[in-house]
Design a protein around this ligand. Structure first.
Ligand code: SF4
Length: 508
């Protein structure tokens, strides 16, 4: 028996696709498997037990908890944005108040502990050695003991995808290792893969973790179970072991990856490219079949396509053979999106929102960073998508080596002149990936003090450093009267995960 574990803290609105795929692969080969989503379980339990706060806000939040949870699990909860924000803020308040130690900061989207950094291996080792210090300890120690004593797994596999999960993952692994020393501990997932793809990687976790897995984990787990797998197709994710009704969404949200890597793979700021991740698509007919099967089996309220960029071939296939469920995902801006017929069929296929990386409003920056988009096409695409009722979540990136204040102001002008066609905005400050080919020629230094950091600081060639970028964003960009309302409608904590539900409720 294999136990697959998702540790806190990730946004508790959908199950993780990676674990669903592992579960499916193990089942297909006759390996019994149990899944523990310790994130959603932990968050719901901690929210019920605030140990601090007798103020009016916490008292109200406690009184309204069930009503607020119900509202985030119903379509009606996404009709009134102010009521939604109040519900989210109240649940988040209870989580913050559930932690006795004021040096620990827990929210609906993050977990941080002062003095413990998820990018320092020594701190992760400390979390492993002192699991009692983790606020989720009472919840996960009881659940793990119960499951392990009943099911007797020989292996516990953790899916570690985000920095916000790292400290809790190591705390849970440390608990298992101490209490049930015979169980093999395996760590995989996106973050572990990124660590291991660094050319200077040498595991600092020898003696603690039995196996770290680079890339998809199914073959590693099957081989530990004594099975040499031969089926090259990625398994269809199976969401049956997840507590689908518990997630904070108005119905099941089903994530699906039709590819890993990116078919464009040329943007110079991209961590995928810096890590050298190859583009591996699921063949389009198989991806389409998977989506149809998932739609029938899980009756989702929403499908979340996880691809870094959904390929034009898959978009076309979904348009001609829709799977009958609302969906959203990331796409690269191409001429396709300026075609009214295409956008109309995209809308009919169930597309409610597209996440689009425009990154800059300065064509020269876009070209120098190899983004490969044309701002005139982006402009026409935003207008056409809006015309057909498809919401847009636009991603902008500031502080790349080719940007300066003047180009950032061009981005501001592009945004303001398109504000009526942009539904949501994500503003990010550039991080230089370690080992990026673009680091050559830049004066680099350590940005984060951590041996597991994936990024490095650098001296900006035009003096447009992070402090200047932050100042510009805070004083000019965010305050602009055409930008501020877009930023204000971003769903707090859940951002693009909940935005499609508002898009589905808005008249098109
Ligand atoms: S489109 Fe996105 S994922 Fe693809 S290379 Fe560019 S930044 Fe990376």
């Amino acid at each position: 028996m294999v136990l697959l574990i998702v540790a806190p803290a990730v946004k508790p609105c959908e199950p993780p696709a990676g674990v669903a795929r592992l579960y499916s692969a193990l089942n297909r080969h006759g390996i019994a498997c149990t899944v523990l989503d310790a994130c959603i379980e932990g968050i719901l339990q901690l929210a019920r037990n605030p140990v601090r706060g007798s103020d009016r806000w916490t008292t109200r939040a406690r009184r309204n908890l069930d009503r607020n949870l119900d509202s985030l699990r119903s379509r009606a909860g996404y009709r009134n944005f102010d009521a939604y924000k109040r519900a989210v803020a109240d649940i988040n308040r209870l989580l913050a108040m559930s932690v006795a130690d004021p040096s620990i900061h827990l929210s609906l989207a993050n977990y941080q502990a002062d003095g413990l950094s998820p990018v320092k291996s020594a701190d992760l080792v400390r979390a492993f050695e002192q699991p009692e210090g983790n606020p989720f300890f009472p919840v996960f120690s009881a659940r793990l003991t119960d499951i392990i004593e009943k099911e007797r797994p020989f292996l516990a596999g953790f899916s570690l995808n985000y920095l916000s999960q790292a400290l809790c993952t190591f705390a849970m692994a440390g608990f298992i290792s101490r209490r049930f020393p015979g169980i093999k501990i395996v760590l995989g997932g996106g973050l572990v893969t990124s660590w291991m793809r660094s050319p200077s990687w040498r595991s600092p976790f020898g003696g603690l973790i039995d196996l770290l897995v680079d890339g998809p984990g199914e073959y590693a787990l099957l081989s530990l179970a004594g099975i040499e797998a031969s089926n090259p197709d990625p398994p269809l994710p199976d969401y049956t072991p997840f507590p689908m009704k518990d997630y904070l969404a108005p119905g099941p949200v089903v994530p699906y990856s039709a590819s890993t890597g990116c078919y464009w793979n040329r943007c110079s700021f991209c961590p995928e490219r810096a890590e050298g991740n190859p583009y591996v698509p699921v063949p389009t007919p198989k991806a389409l079949e998977d989506l149809h099967t998932l739609a029938v089996r899980t009756r989702p309220a929403l499908v979340h396509l996880l691809d870094n960029a959904v390929s034009p071939a898959l978009l076309n296939a979904i348009c001609t053979h829709p799977f009958g469920t609302p969906w959203y995902g990331f796409a690269r801006i191409t001429r396709q999106f300026t075609d009214p017929d295409f956008c109309a069929s995209l809308k009919r296929s169930g597309c409610v929102m597209l996440k689009l990386g425009i990154e800059s409003g300065d064509q020269e920056v876009i070209d120098r960073e190899n983004k490969g988009i044309d701002l005139d096409i982006a402009s026409a695409a935003l207008k056409t998508l809006k015309r057909f009722g498809i919401a847009t979540y636009v991603y902008l990136l500031f502080g790349t080596p080719s940007e300066d204040l003047e180009s950032a102001r061009k981005t501001l002008r592009f945004t303001t002149s398109h504000s009526q066609w942009i539904d949501y905005l994500n503003l990010a400050i550039f991080n230089l990936p370690l080992n990026s080919p673009d680091a050559i020629g830049l004066e680099t230094s350590l940005l984060y003090e951590g041996d597991l950091s994936l990024y490095t600081g650098f001296r900006h060639p035009k003096g447009w450093d992070r402090a200047h970028v932050r100042h510009f964003l805070d004083r000019e960009f965010r305050r602009h009267p055409a930008v501020a309302p877009i930023l204000r409608r971003d769903p707090p904590f859940f951002t693009s995960n909940h935005a499609p539900f508002f898009a589905m409720n808005s008249p098109s």
